[in-house]
Design a protein around this ligand. Structure first.
Ligand code: NAD
Ligand code: UDP
Length: 308
């Protein structure tokens, strides 16, 4: 198949391009390189089935493709808050442009949604049926509400125009090719530990997250796109739940060195807990993460050692 990946030069997008090429597809990678990097796809540029197009998803685009994966959107809080109006435009107009193209060329279209649609969840763990607890006017809203509106658009195009959609809600995912300075907790802790700096735990560090290794997630993407039992939304993430203090301690143990843990103020609207209920993904796609946190962190540390 010929497949369009928006955001294909980013962390997740570049791993997805690798996988799709390995599976024998042709890949068009569209990215404006806001948070993505050419180094993420440098090894693919000479591949005969790979094409890179520098373009912004808020401007219309046309490609003759059979599938579209829409991943274009900054994902780390510092990056998506850098230009919040642009973040909302990227989510909403990017979704409209992908859906319009999918409708025209009759492509199956995949949306990389997020656990952020659950906000600071009052239900734990979060099943897909939970509607969320989201602040519509806070610092995280450009991302959370942008992604919620994108889901709305996906389901309206599906109901109104019979567009063949797939929607996944991704929980925190980490691995090689995360941007070393993107401000997310895994990359921050590893880079700080490798440089011998103190690890910055925000708040008391008792807030929880669930961390999925990138290879497990990409397998989930591909299974979701192949199956026909559901259009989603479906949670993809690792149900192991850790406090940020536990993550900091594990990172220190694996990296070694003299770094200490220091506390910094907790950002506004920071969700207190997050863990996916992946019953649906287990039942429908026989999907479940295989890489434990310690093993995934070690692989990620090995990658970041090449970046310092
Ligand atoms: P990333 O920042 O590495 O990748 C995003 C990519 O989108 C980058 O290459 C960036 O340059 C590109 N992009 C941003 N705005 C664009 C625009 N207007 N036009 C074209 N390209 C644009 O982040 P990631 O972690 O790889 O996230 C990929 C997708 O997965 C995002 O949609 C994100 O919301 C979603 N997601 C990721 C996680 C996670 O933990 N990694 C969790 C939930 C959802
Ligand atoms: N966090 C932290 N130190 C950091 C970066 C993040 O303690 O240097 C915390 C942050 O407050 C949040 C958790 O780690 O509670 C996950 O943050 P991240 O930005 O990675 O993702 P998100 O909040 O979107 O899940």
């Amino acid at each position: 198949m010929r497949i369009l990946v928006t955001g294909g030069a980013g962390f997740l997008g570049s791993h997805l391009c690798d996988r799709l090429l390995k599976d024998g597809h042709e890949v068009v990678c569209l990215d404006n390189l806001f948070t993505g990097r050419k180094t993420n796809i440098a090894h693919l540029l000479a591949h005969p089935a790979f094409e890179f197009v520098r373009h912004d998803v808020i401007d219309p685009f046309k490609f003759e493709v059979e599938q579209i994966y829409n991943l274009a959107c900054p994902a780390s809080p510092p990056h998506y808050q850098f230009n919040p109006i642009k973040t909302t435009k990227t989510s909403v107009m990017g979704a409209i442009n992908c859906l319009g193209l999918a409708k025209r060329v009759k492509a199956r279209v995949f949306q990389a949604s997020t656990s952020e649609v659950y906000g600071d969840p009052a239900v734990h763990p979060q099943p897909e049926s939970y509607w969320g607890n989201v602040n519509p006017i806070g610092r995280r809203s450009c991302y959370d509400e942008g992604k919620r509106c994108a889901e709305t658009l996906f389901f309206d195009y599906h109901r109104e125009n019979k567009v063949d959609i797939r929607v996944v809600r991704i929980f925190n995912t980490y691995g090689p090719r995360m941007h070393p300075n993107d401000g997310r907790v895994v990359s921050n802790f590893i880079m700080q530990a490798l440089k011998g700096e103190d690890l910055t735990v925000y708040g008391d560090g008792l807030q929880t997250r669930s961390f999925c290794y990138v290879d497990d997630l990409i397998e989930g993407f591909v299974r979701m796109m192949h199956q026909t039992a559901t259009v989603g939304p479906i949670n993809l993430g690792n149900p192991g739940e850790f406090t940020m203090l536990q993550l900091a301690e594990l990172t220190l143990r694996l990296v070694g060195g003299k770094s200490r843990i220091v506390h910094k103020p907790l950002p506004a609207d920071d969700p207190k807990q997050r863990r996916p209920d992946i019953t649906l993904a287990r039942n429908i796609m026989q999907w479940e993460p295989a890489v434990p946190l310690e093993a995934g962190l070690q692989r990620t540390i090995d990658y970041f050692k090449t970046q310092v």
